[in-house]
Design a protein. Sequence first.
Lengths: 445, 210
Amino acid sequence: MEKKWEEMSSDEKQEALFARWISPEGVKFVSPEAEKAYRERTTRFKNALQLKKKPDRVPVLLIPSFAPAYYSGLTPYDVMYNYDKIAAAWKKFSLDFQADSHGGCAVPSPGKFLEILNFRLYKWPDHGVSKKTTYQAIEGEYMKADEYDILINNPLYFFYYIWPSRVFGALEPIATLPHLSCLTEMYGVAVPFFYYGTPPVKAAYQALLEAGDEALKWIQVVGGFDVEMPSLGFPAHQAGPTKAPFDVIGDTLRGTKGIMLDMYRQPDKLLQAMEVLTPMFIQLGVGAAKMAGNPLIFMPLHKGADGFLSDEQYKKFYWPTLRKVIMGLVDEGCFPFIWAEGGYNSRLEVIRDLPKGKTAWLFDLTDMAKAKKALDGIACVAGNMPMDLLTVGTTQEAIDHTKRLIDICGKGGGYIMANGAFFDEVKWENLKAIVDTVKKYGVYK
Amino acid sequence: MATDLVSALADLKEKEALKIVEDRLNAKEDPLKILDNARRAMEIVGKRFADSEYFIPDLVYSGEILKAITEMVKPKLSKAAEAKRVGKVVFGTVAGDIHDIGKDIVVFMLDVNGFEVYDLGVDVPAQKFVQKIKESGAPIVGLSGFLALAFDSMKQTIEAMKAAGLRDKVKVMIGGGQMSDEIRKYTGADAYGKDAMAGVTLAKKWAGAG
């Protein structure tokens, strides 16, 4: 009889999730070739990731931002406002470039949804940036310096009421809603609810309902794509994302400047808040992996890159809770695929403190020889196809760099070719040359 | 408790630094002397940043303390203190890109290193750079960008300078995000600075102050 999930070791859980990924339930492959390609690709990734077996060749994955839209001659605006155009463009991109996986097509958030709720956290096409430009975050203190206690003592209240009321203009009135913790008797049961009858709160809820309709239309496209791509032979390289607690606070709650000042002015509150966020962001990844039947959880890292923090600051503020999130994921059978954006040269020694064969590190601008050396036998390394080569380099330079990366990092397995940073419009011939070169040059004999 | 403003600010002791300033202002000390101490402290901060002893959080924090000191001192100044400026720089994040953290750090470092910086903000159209260069006569231009779309915006901005007959009169540096020497060639800039201190070094070299 099969073991229950709770009875499994973390290794068994990981194997069970990989098994579900490699043999997905309910996928109707379009052809025997598609099924074969799907299994070869997932197995190739699994072997490169776990460091137990050498894969048949170096796997290659692409993580585009709006590149599939540009490739199909569409602007970011086009795909954010015409959801039916998203899947076709993203599918064409996968089929034409033939990388070993797909990353979903959720990059273009639904424009009308953002309009209905008056999203304030980003500028998006035709709303602060041009129709041809990708969305970009607006730095700010969406959580105030004196609000740590709310986040620490009542994180759900913070994320359900305070946070949405800050980042969605249309939801401002919900910040006035009372706690519903006093509803334990008939006496007074209706009191907190009169708020829901007031016009501003009603309008906020009306907006929520309309936004929900819009999100539903959009998710059908995104979900449909996730169902179709495996049937064509392309596995998803992520079940979902999660983040480092320091980045959760530093990216959009307190902002870069806010968190940096907190490191000096209220370090204990910051540390405490990150501890509170840790189990939430473990659960975010674990839930996604179990639901999708895919152990891979993407973790884009931002504010711990070279230069952003000193070694001491990284070890005190960034790494402890990042490591806890990673370990929480690993314990539940997930395989954290950690994307170290920017440079990570100064962190390589610190991140070695991880169990063997349980994580993958995708590097952007890090020295790959150093990275491979530091993580050899500890973690799969990935990435480093540089943006300047993709954008302005010659095709020959892209090919040469790909070969060099395979020489440096590919030895013995444990390497995945990937772009280093999210990309939009690039030289398509360079991108194609990279994938093709991996397929020829990256074969293990 | 440090009694010396230079070391209090350079060591990022916020409360101590502000207390010293308060005490010295109460003692009717010349506010220009206080500002001069603050400037010396910021030179130390800049040096520690260049030596990788300080990082971005330390720089940001020193900037906040400096801002508080300046606000305390300002009302006591009889007339605007004329700081000695070593050169003029026009700076901005190029069209289409709204990222400002990197730009702000370089602008801040140029400022504490004695440059008069015309910060045009983010998403700056090429013509606005051209206009400001003409108006200010600044011989140095800094183009910042985080996204890959900035590659083309930078190129277009430099072409606009050419079209306006300004290209020979200015030195242009680029920096930020995915910039590299390859991108410098592509854009036609004179130099690429990999971090804030590289930007300061370039500006000093070009201003003949380094």
